[in-house]
Design a protein. Structure first.
Length: 464
């Protein structure tokens, strides 16, 4: 009798164990422990588990025993999980010798190593080459962030843009690049009629338009007027009556002040129309003064210069230090005083690096500098993290798949050491980057780039 009871008891336990195994769901990656950032509450929460299967989040916050996984990442109390960063004003081009050209081989790796899992290439000098890069990344042939192409600049910033294009020419161009997979458009140095047509045609394809605009001076477009046309995002300058059309934006912006009637008016105009502002705070600092002795936000925490070829490093070492332009330094300071009141009033901000390396700083690292300066300017650290993640996704209209750690979205995240709410600079301490469920060691990524960006010798300089 006892033997029969023991047999049936053992059989019942075995059946329960098999039932438990069958009830478990499969995951390619299971992350257990640490803290995870909730973009809605704008705070970190204890992480029970994050399961990624087939490149997407399969479960968030479930008991870890609900899953069986071939790769389990167990985190410690001091580990923090963020959605992948989104750079809404990324440039893959560099200006190392004389001309500005795209760098396809290593810039994507540098962005990814710094936690960028989505980049919008905001104005391309080689749009066909950039689209080929996007395809290589999408097929897994090349490592890099998810790349959203913008195609060429619309406006005089495009080298081959000559004279005034007809309305039909602009509509045809929008259709041409849309058919080739661009995810949005960038206007720069554009006239009002052309911008109005660009916005209208882009919206027919449900694509966004952003603009580096001016004051209305010499047939340029003031951001206020672009907002009235229906533009989706504005780069760099808030615009409005504080930037009169009698002179360029650069001349007026250095005296722009919060609290004035002109400031309040343009801020309210952004908010009322739901337009995002890509502040690109640090971009003007790079053009001004980047000495770590006076501007510690531009210090190096990683030897970025080692990513360039020895020949390029030598050229930079022997060149005269670039003299920062005072006008850009004044604009940099003004932008820092105006961004926090814009945010406090309810203005929506995105993160954009907008930096073209000349052999020193690289824009991938600039993601962390941009968040650092946001906080220095008065934006709370948790809000800076939201700006760098879900805000970018919403601005690019890709928030269905990106910007937060939620079930069914792409499995993109960054794991860092140290609480970024205590010190925003902890975003630099990246332990792992995961894009579509594939884990990447950032240090190994950067090690693979060392000594490779730029001309290898004097003979190669002409190509740069």
């Amino acid at each position: 009798m006892q033997f029969k009871l023991a047999f049936w008891s053992s059989l019942l336990i075995a059946l329960q164990f098999c039932s438990l195994l069958n009830a478990q769901k499969n995951a390619d990656v299971l992350i257990v422990g640490g803290h995870v950032f909730n973009v809605e509450s704008c705070d970190f929460e204890p992480n029970a588990s994050i399961a990624i299967a087939e490149g997407r989040f399969a479960g968030v916050g479930e008991p870890p025993e609900n899953y069986r996984s071939k790769e389990i990442i167990r985190l410690e109390k001091g580990d923090y999980i963020l959605p992948g960063f989104i750079d809404c004003h990324a440039h893959y081009n560099v200006r190392l010798i004389k001309k500005r050209r795209e760098e396809f081989d290593y810039m994507p790796i540098v962005y990814l190593a710094n936690g960028a899992t989505v980049t919008f290439s905001c104005g391309e000098f080689d749009p066909i080459g950039m689209m080929e890069l996007r395809k290589r990344i999408e097929t897994g042939e090349q490592i890099g962030p998810r790349l959203i192409n913008s195609g060429p600049y619309f406006g005089r910033a495009r080298p081959e843009w000559r004279g005034k294009k007809t309305e039909q020419e602009i509509r045809d161009e929008v259709d041409f690049w849309t058919a080739r997979g661009v995810g949005g458009f960038k206007a720069k140095a554009i006239d009002p009629d052309s911008l109005r047509t660009l916005i209208d045609q882009a919206h027919k394809h449900n694509l966004t338009v952003t603009g580096h605009l001016d004051s209305g001076y010499r047939n340029s477009v003031n951001p206020k007027d672009a907002i009235d046309m229906g533009i989706d995002r504005i780069e760099h300058f808030l615009g409005g009556d504080a930037l009169p059309s009698t002179r360029s934006a650069y001349q007026s912006l250095q005296n722009f002040q919060p609290g004035t009637a002109a400031y309040e008016s343009i801020v309210n105009h952004f908010i009322k129309n739901g337009v995002y502002f890509d502040a690109t705070l640090t971009a003007y600092g790079y053009l001004g003064e980047t000495s770590p002795e006076t501007h510690e936000e531009y210090e190096y925490w990683y030897p970025e210069n080692e990513l360039f070829t020895p020949h390029m490093q030598e050229l930079v070492k022997n060149s005269k230090p670039a003299k920062g332009m005072e006008i850009y330094q004044r604009i940099y300071r003004v932008k820092q005083t105006t961004i926090a009141p814009f945010h406090a009033a309810g203005g929506q901000i995105t993160l954009g690096t907008d930096h073209v390396s000349n052999g020193n700083h690289l824009p991938g690292f600039g993601i962390h500098r941009e968040m650092d300066v946001m906080v220095r300017s008065g934006i709370p650290p948790n809000e800076a993290l939201k700006i760098a993640t879900i805000n970018g996704a919403r601005a690019l209209k890709i928030d269905k798949d990106h910007g937060s750690i939620e079930k069914s979205k792409y499995g993109d995240l960054v794991i860092i050491k140290g609480d970024p709410l205590a010190n925003i600079r902890n975003t630099r301490n990246i332990f792992l980057v995961i894009k579509s469920g594939v884990t990447h060691d950032p240090q190994k990524l950067l090690d693979g780039v060392k000594g490779k960006i730029g001309p290898a010798n004097k003979e190669q300089e002409s190509a740069w």
